[in-house]
Ligand binder design. Structure first.
Ligand code: BEZ
Length: 234
C-alpha cells in the first residue's frame, strides 16, 4: 500500500526526533524531559485489545525494575486521551492476568490521534496496517540518541525480559567498552574489542591469563555479575 505520509525512519545513532504531546500523565516535551536518563518509547496498535493489554500489564509490572536501571517508559498509540484513560482504568479495576492484578500504569501513554508522532518515528508501516501503529520500541540514551530499535507485528506480544536484557547489555557495553555475545546475561563473559594490530593479536593468543581467545579476533573476559549490576543499577 502506498504511504502518502512517508517520513524518513529514524535510525540507530540518530538524535531522537523531538515532539510535544499530551499523555495520561500530562504534557511531555520529548526527549528533552528525559535528558540524563535512558527512556524507552514504545508504540502499541490500539487500546482495549488483548495483546496490548497483556503487554501493558507486563511492562507496568516491570516499571520499577526499569527505573532502578535509570530507564523511564513512554507508551504511544493513535487512540485519544479518554480512550487511554478508560483502558488503563479497566486494566486496573478488572483484568487479572498471569497473577498480575490491580496493575496501575504510571508511565505516560501518549495520545496521537493525528499520528504525528507515529509518523515521525516510523511506527506506521502501511503493509502491516495503515490505521494502527506497529509494535515499535526505541531505546534512547541519556544524550537523546537512539541506540536500538525493535519492531514487531500486530499479532506478536513483545518479550519484556528481552527489552530489559537489551538495556542492561547496552549500559554494560558503554560502561566497560566491551561487546556482549549472543544471549548474554549479566555474569556471562563479555567480548573485548578485536585486536587492532598483529602484535596484539599474537599477544592475546599467547597470554591465556586475562582472556579466553577462541581465535585472535574473538576474545572474551570475565565480568562478574555484581560488577555489572553495581554499574548498571542506580
Ligand atoms: C491486540 O493487541 O490484541 C491486537 C491489536 C491490533 C491488531 C491485532 C491484535
Amino acid at each position: 500500500m502506498e504511504d502518502n505520509h512517508a517520513t524518513p525512519m529514524p535510525r540507530i545513532g540518530d538524535k531522537a526526533p523531538e515532539f510535544k504531546a499530551i499523555t495520561t500523565q500530562g504534557p511531555i516535551n520529548f526527549p528533552a524531559d528525559y535528558s540524563g536518563s535512558w527512556v524507552i518509547l514504545f508504540s502499541h496498535p490500539a487500546d482495549f485489545t488483548p495483546v496490548c493489554t497483556s503487554e501493558f500489564m507486563t511492562f507496568a509490572s516491570m516499571e520499577k525494575q526499569f527505573a532502578e536501571a535509570d530507564c523511564k517508559l513512554v507508551g504511544l498509540s493513535v487512540d485519544g486521551l479518554y480512550s487511554h484513560i478508560a483502558w488503563l482504568r479497566t486494566i486496573k479495576e478488572k483484568i487479572e492476568y498471569k497473577g498480575m492484578k490491580n496493575v496501575e500504569v504510571n508511565f505516560p501513554l501518549i495520545e496521537d490521534i493525528t499520528m504525528e508522532v507515529a509518523r515521525k518515528y516510523g511506527m506506521l508501516q502501511p503493509g502491516e496496517s495503515s490505521t494502527k501503529a506497529v509494535r515499535a520500541v526505541f531505546f534512547i540514551d541519556p544524550k537523546g540518541i537512539i541506540r536500538a530499535i525493535i519492531y514487531s507485528p500486530l499479532s506478536m506480544g513483545r518479550n519484556f525480559a528481552e527489552l530489559y536484557r537489551a538495556l542492561v547489555a547496552m549500559k554494560t557495553a558503554d560502561a566497560f567498552s566491551i561487546a556482549t555475545p549472543a544471549d548474554w546475561q549479566p555474569g556471562d563473559d563479555v567480548i573485548v574489542p578485536t585486536a587492532g594490530s598483529c602484535g596484539v593479536a599474537k599477544e592475546r593468543m599467547e597470554n591465556k591469563e586475562e582472556m579466553h581467545c577462541y581465535d585472535w579476533f574473538f576474545c572474551t573476559k570475565k565480568l562478574p555479575k555484581e560488577t555489572v549490576l553495581k554499574t548498571v543499577l542506580k
